[in-house]
Design a protein around this ligand. Structure first.
Ligand code: COA
Length: 258
């Protein structure tokens, strides 16, 4: 049987391709389990500096959670499933290494939620986004009601979630849901060039940027306080000394991640 995830490490960029093209890359339990294992690798492996998540085939990024698994669920199990999906997507959102979604087609339901948990999104022209769960009599369960509001605002989020309507790549760009639209054949190259540029920066500064920005949506912490503390943490790193010294000496910095 084909693996549900394909992975490739090149120039420090770890590409994960969700590989169920016949089912439009729907997220079944096997995919979610495998993604969790990949997150273990991403967090632990120093050779991985950043990550791309995309879908297999020309049609879909991910067309949602696998609806064929829904029939077997009772109330407690469905709650547990939502919680487990949320926890997985938190691991993506909180990754200290940049994770970019290359949305190469449908990003619906759990697919839209997966893309939104990534640090930013690049779309191909055929990408379509939506939270069509109301069509099944349910609501988004993997963080969609929260992250869609963060990214496009409450009114637009509620309209999308209540209608189940899909939006195209241009609308997603206009809403700020995606950062770029590039031809499908070039979508990975675009991510590669953005991530390669990020690799030239201080890794701890990148990790702390992600942490500080995430604090903006964490009501249990004061984001400004988090920012000031992380700013201070950066100041005692060797990379900070190197960055300042390199500026003074009018040369490019050489960061080591310390
Ligand atoms: N879960 C399980 N299987 C899915 C799926 C999902 N979320 N989305 C698509 N598939 C499967 C289809 O059942 C079909 O399988 P089959 O060939 O064995 O019948 C295959 O993927 C191709 O999908 P199909 O519906 O034939 O493609 P289409 O181009 O006609 O329509 C969509 C594409 C995305 C509009 C349609 O597949 C769809 O509405 N999917 C569900 C989206 C959704 O509600 N997601 C949120 C889930 S909570």
């Amino acid at each position: 049987m084909n693996p549900v995830l394909l992975t490739n490490l090149s120039d420090g960029i770890y590409t994960i391709t969700i590989n169920r093209p016949d089912k439009l890359n729907a997220l079944n339990q096997e995919v979610l389990r495998s993604l969790n294992q990949e997150l273990d690798t991403i967090y632990a492996d120093n050779n991985i500096k950043s990550v791309i998540i995309t879908g297999s085939g020309p049609k879909a990024f991910v067309a949602g959670a696998d609806i064929s698994e829904f029939n077997q669920l009772d109330e407690a199990q469905s709650r547990e499933m939502a919680k487990a999906g949320q926890d997985l997507f938190f691991r993506i959102e909180r990754s200290p290494k940049p994770i970019v979604a290359c949305v190469n087609g449908f990003a619906l339901g759990g697919g839209c939620e997966l893309a939104m948990s990534c640090h930013f999104r690049i779309a191909s022209p055929n990408a379509q986004f939506g939270q069509p769960e109301v069509n099944l009599g349910i609501i988004p369960g993997y963080g969609g009601t929260q992250r869609l509001v963060q990214l496009i605002g409450k009114g637009r989020a509620l309209e999308l979630i209540m209608s189940g309507n899909l939006i195209d790549a241009n609308t997603a760009l206009q809403y700020g849901l995606v950062n770029y639209i590039v031809p499908q054949a070039e979508i990975l190259d675009k991510a590669f060039s953005l991530l390669a540029a990020a690799h030239t920066k201080a890794p701890l500064a990148i990790a702390n940027s992600i942490k500080a920005v995430n604090a903006a949506w964490n009501e249990s912490v004061n984001g400004y306080e988090v920012e000031a503390n992380l700013f201070g943490d950066c100041f005692i790193t060797a990379d900070c000394k190197e960055g300042i010294q390199a500026f003074i000496e009018k040369r490019k910095p050489h960061f080591t991640g310390h």
